[in-house]
Design a binder for this molecule. Structure first.
Ligand code: FAQ
Length: 332
């Protein structure tokens, strides 16, 4: 459904450096990025590049593990054994994505504990989309179809992001997200072709998840403080608005194909642009959710903190086991 296509972009932005940075090293770094070389953990990099990567990758990792919660809510209530097994596998995949991403961020010199602490204390962000509740089974379809669909469009270009460990983590993640998107769409197809009540459920889920899905791509380019520099460093390969437009163009025909309606009266095919025009996004809502005021934001962070605290014994046992093995190995 989605292809691994890339668009080469190099937006204009002033280089961000600190006074202490060696201009020769900086020039060599910029040249490697411009030549589409991957930057690796032990390579020299500007501090601002490192900082941007830690910010983006750790936020991405947090999104994956917080993103397990809305769907986890439906594992015990999935309508059949098959649906339950598939959903279990999907939620488990998201945990794996978090793991690869935390590991990629660690290669930049930040520790897992620091990142987790930032999430728990509210200093770190995670995607706004996971602060909305999953009210019906159709929401599980809508998340797979729309949320994973949006995530793939954002992540396919990241397979060519300039930082090697992040790019490589994305390859497997994209394959799995592709399966997730299809399973979500298949749930929506089944509901949309079901009883009138099931079809209403599918429509209602689309009504509630459509606009938050468009917000996932971040603020409009003119209000995105990080995009220009990140595109210049080839951390981001496409801008927020470019990806959002792609998402609308690919998703509207999918809704039409199963007979449900995108809740946007302003949505209209624009022949000249070869794209859909769409209505205004409620950016006040977006910023409120970013500030932690989403409908279930407190519940999400509380669930993560509780999982961390109740899992302390596992970390202690693993550490004790590792220490015992190290001690034995040293004695041999
Ligand atoms: N939510 O200047 P920009 C998934 C913040 S994974 C919250 O445009 P940037 C899989 C942004 O951090 C979903 N905050 O920032 C799954 C910045 O604040 P900061 C996550 C947002 O970084 C599916 C400020 O606004 N995907 O769904 C959001 O250049 C199903 C200004 O924004 C990724 O993280 C938002 N939606 O662009 C799992 C992909 N948007 O940090 C489970 C990688 C913006 O300066 C179930 N990340 N902000 O304080 C990216 O591509 C970028 O970081 C963007 C934001 C596009 C998210």
């Amino acid at each position: 459904m989605y292809t691994t296509e890339l668009k080469d972009r190099n937006q204009k932005a002033a280089p961000v450096t600190t006074a202490a940075e060696d201009p020769v090293k900086l020039a060599a770094f910029e040249a490697r990025v411009a030549a589409d070389d991957f930057i690796e953990p032990k390579d020299w990099m500007p501090e601002a590049y490192r900082k941007t990567l830690v910010r983006q990758i750790s936020q991405h990792a947090h999104s994956e593990i917080v993103g397990m919660l809305p769907e986890g809510n439906w594992i015990t209530r999935a309508p059949s054994l098959r649906r339950k097994a598939v959903l279990l596998a999907k939620v488990q995949d998201e945990g794996g994505h978090g793991l690869y991403l935390y590991a990629a961020a660690e290669t930049l010199g930040t520790s897992r504990d620091e990142m987790i602490e930032a999430l728990h204390s509210g200093r770190a962000k995670y995607s706004t989309i996971f602060n909305y509740p999953t009210l019906t089974w159709a929401d599980i379809g809508a998340i797979g179809w729309l949320v994973d669909g949006a995530a793939i469009l954002n992540q396919v270009p990241l397979q060519r992001t300039s930082y090697g460990p992040y790019a490589r983590a994305m390859v497997r993640i994209c394959k799995e997200e592709s399966f997730h998107q299809r399973q979500g769409y298949e749930i929506m197809m089944a509901l949309a072709a079901g009883s009138p009540e099931q079809k209403r459920m599918a429509q209602n889920a689309l009504d509630r998840w459509w606009w938050p899905s468009l917000m996932m791509f971040g603020p409009p380019d003119e209000n995105s403080p990080n995009t220009a520099q990140s595109v210049r460093w080839r951390i981001k390969r496409e801008t927020n608005d470019e990806l959002r437009q792609k998402f609308v163009d690919v998703t509207v025909p999918q809704a039409e194909a199963i007979g449900i309606t995108v809740p946007d009266p302003a949505l209209k095919w624009n022949e000249a642009r070869g794209s859909y025009d769409f209505g205004a996004i409620d950016w006040d809502e977006f910023y409120a959710v970013v500030r932690g005021e989403g409908p279930v934001a407190k519940e999400r962070v509380k669930a993560r903190v509780e999982a961390w605290e109740s899992g302390a014994w596992v970390r202690e046992a693993a550490n004790a086991h590792a220490a015992k093995r190290a001690h034995r190995a040293a004695a041999e």
